[in-house]
Design a protein around this ligand. Sequence first.
Ligand code: PBG
Length: 302
Amino acid sequence: MRELVAETSLGASDLILPLFYADVNREIPSMPGVFQHDRDSMLRAVHDALDAGVRCVDVFGVPTDKDDIGSGAWDPEGILNRGLRALREEFGNDIMLMADTCLDEFTSHGHCGVVTEDGVVDNDATLPLYQKMAVAQAEAGAHIVSPSGMMDGQVGAIRNALDDAGYIDVAIMAYSAKYASAFYGPFRDAVGSSLHGDRTTYQQDPANARESLLEVELDIEQGADFVMVKPALPYLAVLRAVADISTVPVAAYQVSGEYAMIQSAVHWGNREALMMESLLSIKRAGANQILTYFATEVAQKL
Ligand code: PBG
């Protein structure tokens, strides 16, 4: 009877698996069960995801060399672009490849954009770099680019650059309502972040919901094919509000800190039940797609 009347259900094809591509293979200490992959281990992880019914992976790069402007981001030989190429060669169009389109992994200061001499992130000087990065990712085989740096105008700038380069079919998943959140803690470990300071000048204030609706509207106007709310569980109210007004699919990102908290339940509760309940709740609040480090495990269960 409960199944007959259930309002929400999870499906394997709702899930997007984030992956960290490095040249080494090692487990991330703060995210037990999640790995930085080398080529072989990444291909294996994507085969497992695909076999379980996952339809999209989101690739992050973990470079060893960084500089002021993050030039490894658009270098065709940069770690992320190499990873995308390897995946596209192996999988073709069998699984959607999404690329993280942000400079923070590639900059020595760890910010998502260019930093001025006074130490502030320069929004407009960053946009041309995002354009180069997105085009390089499309060239490397990305089906979806995902600007996660919260620069104003990033979606429109990237859409123009992709169209000019002939990548009219490459989609954009916009991190529209991305909060300046402490829940990203383990991720910083995952990508070897060198961040000094915080991101409060360009990510959303946890106190506010209304400004996220404005960000969503602007991103849709500029050509976003998906909008995203991130983190997920602490921001279900924002997710509901966004889902109510969005005219494009709405994704939510269950981030590293959410993952780590649920994994810690091996010591105090029912880890699997928490995993399923948290994802179902995110779906109920209005998410069409969920980025989660549990994607393969959940898809296998489903
Ligand atoms: C930025 C980016 C971050 C995450 C995804 N993309 C970190 C940040 O904004 O500080 C966090 C993801 C997670 O915590 O799982 N490129």
